[in-house]
Write a protein that binds this ligand. Structure first.
Ligand code: YOG
Length: 137
């Protein structure tokens, strides 16, 4: 049995997001706006099939994948690059490698209690985010 990521999650901390965005060449004005956001993750998981929605008042981003199956990711509305992405399990962590123009790009998700953790990597930068589960209605 793998971890269940299903649910709605609200961000409670966001460490080094500015440097992560700089590593992705996000322009100054966009970074200023993005830094003020409190994004939400909505995760729909069925076994190894995932839809991860990142929702904010400024832009939304959605990715769909199956663990173990490489796919072409277009980071539309973010840095607008194409990556060959592959998500795998590392014990109870969900690990994505985003192969493309940027070195060492990817992310890792895991859960501890009612918290969802996310580390976003690009080049030599790591952004650490924590989300808290929104209780089901
Ligand atoms: O998540 O890849 O959960 O896709 C990272 C933003 C900001 C747009 C968000 C709107 C990188 C302007 C996706 C989004 C900065 C800034 C709200 C992270 C790029 C553009 C923050 C991500 C994975 C794992 C699933």
């Amino acid at each position: 049995m793998s971890t269940d990521f299903n649910g709605t999650w609200n961000i409670i901390s966001n460490d080094n997001f500015e440097s992560y965005m700089q590593a992705l060449d996000i322009d100054f004005a966009t970074r200023k706006v993005a830094n003020l956001l409190s994004p939400q993750k909505i995760i729909e998981q069925k076994g190894d099939s995932f839809i991860i929605k990142t929702i904010s008042t400024f832009r939304n981003y959605e990715v769909q994948f199956t663990v173990g199956e490489e796919f072409e990711e277009n980071t539309k509305g973010l840095d607008n690059r194409k990556c060959q992405s592959l998500v795998t399990w590392d014990n109870n962590k969900l690990v994505c490698v985003q192969k493309g123009e940027k070195k060492d790009r990817g992310w890792t998700h895991w859960i501890e209690g009612d918290k969802l953790y996310l580390e976003l990597n690009c080049e030599n930068q790591v952004c650490k985010q924590v989300y808290k589960k929104v209780p089901p209605a």
